[in-house]
Design a protein around this ligand. Structure first.
Ligand SMILES: [Zn+2]
Length: 418
């Protein structure tokens, strides 16, 4: 046989054995993190556009919904920002999303405000404290210098003191390495700004801010679901969220790793089990509103479409396209038999280089199933993607070091675990 033909045959066999299609995975991640979905949040119905895309992908893979529709709709309140926000520090305009963001429950604010620096001395020396408490800070922003922020208990005491009546300030400025955005379903009575720390120094004493929020009541979002009938009614549910932060002004949050990667993983696993009828039935759920406090999954467990009693195990995929440091299998230590099964397969096949089973962590949608008494695991990768909840979480910045490993490990686990 010609050398090239041998190589092609071997490459083809390897591809067939592993099954997953990385070209397709990258296409799904690229699509969902593109401008067409507005960051899959609450600007221009980005969340619903992404949900439609996923339902369409399921349909193309001939994966049917369990009931009539792929969607489970729910209503929630959600805070968003409209117009073009502006933050100026000493006349210098900061870049929205890159240099600053509001904490996502912050209300609107317009105008120029004094910025008051609070030090440990201000809080612990009687004279300095008297001076501070005699200032009227109701129309000021405050920030704490490192002598306070390095002391967690003092920081939280002071922060809570100045954000509660009667001392409630206009706002707090958090000086951060990189501003991370999120989404919230409630509104605070003061403003928190997360500002890149190099823009702030004790010499700064005034900030100018234009921020317009819109608090949407009873906003309709949705979960997307598919179902693959196995040889038994007992079900393994594969979950991951599709929502992200949307936009802040002109800044879009692509959420390629978080969590277009998890959506692509579930679609690929669905494709495999559609072709290879599994022993357990497989439910696929793509949750909305995870970034807004795991709300899609909270709604689902209160209104399950498939009986929770028949759900044997839940596996969550959230941020699975990085992993140069390690791949955590969160909650595995809570279920020794399941942990052992995963570790044994991985030891034998070496699918994932740094697989790290860990304990309890309430950091994503799996927690709502765990709270209902259902074993729930969570695959999460670390290292190789520094842009968490930032506009830099782009499709071309991630390189999938353990994506195929996770896919193979989960396929083999589901096929062999009884
Ligand atoms: Zn996430």
């Amino acid at each position: 046989m010609h050398k090239l033909a041998v190589f092609t045959t071997i490459a083809l066999l390897c591809h067939m054995a592993m099954g997953q299609d990385m070209t397709k995975v990258k296409q799904v991640v690229g699509d969902l993190s593109s401008k067409a979905f507005y960051g899959r949040g609450y600007i221009n119905k980005g969340d619903s556009l992404a949900a439609d895309y996923i339902a369409h992908a399921l349909k193309q893979q001939r994966i049917k919904p369990l009931e009539k529709s792929y969607f489970q709709h729910f209503k929630m309140d959600i805070n968003r920002y409209i117009g073009t926000p502006v933050l100026k520090i000493d006349g210098k305009t900061l870049k929205n999303g890159i240099d600053w963001v509001p904490y996502p429950s912050s209300p609107s604010v317009h105008g120029k405000y004094p910025l008051v620096w609070i030090t440990k001395k201000d809080l612990t020396h009687k004279k300095a404290l008297t001076r501070l408490l005699n200032q009227d800070l109701k129309s000021s922003f405050i920030t704490f210098d490192t002598s306070v922020t390095n002391n967690k208990e003092l920081y939280w005491f002071a922060r809570n003191l100045f954000t509660t009546q009667p001392l409630l300030v206009k706002g707090v400025v958090d000086r951060v390495k990189s501003p991370k955005f999120s989404a919230r379903r409630y509104l605070s009575d003061y403003i928190t700004l997360r500002v890149r720390r190099e823009f702030l120094s004790p010499e700064v004493n005034e900030i100018e801010v234009e921020l317009e929020n819109e608090f949407l009541r009873d906003y309709t979002s949705q979960n997307v679901m598919g179902f693959i009938k196995g040889k038994t009614d007992t079900c393994i549910t594969l979950i991951g969220h599709y929502d992200h932060m949307g936009m802040f002004g002109e800044a879009m949050y692509p959420g390629a790793n978080d969590n277009a990667s998890g959506d692509a993983m579930i679609l690929e696993l669905g494709k495999y089990f559609k072709k290879h009828k599994p022993y357990y039935s497989i439910q696929l759920i793509f949750f909305g509103a995870e970034e807004a406090g795991f709300y899609g999954s909270e709604y689902y467990v209160a209104h399950p479409v498939y009986p929770l009693e028949k759900t044997k195990l839940v596996i969550n995929f959230d941020m699975v396209a990085s992993g140069t440091k390690w791949t955590e299998l969160i909650h595995a230590q809570l279920y020794p038999a399941i942990e052992k099964a995963f570790v044994n397969i991985n030891d034998r096949k070496n699918y994932i280089e740094h697989l790290k089973p860990t304990g309890y962590e309430a950091t994503s949608d799996h927690i709502n199933f765990h709270d209902k008494g259902i074993p729930a695991l969570f695959f999460w990768t670390a290292g190789g993607n520094e842009f968490y909840h930032e506009p830099g979480d782009l499709a071309d910045t991630i390189n999938y070091p353990s994506f195929e490993g996770i896919y193979n490990l989960v396929c083999e686990f589901i096929e062999t675990y009884r």
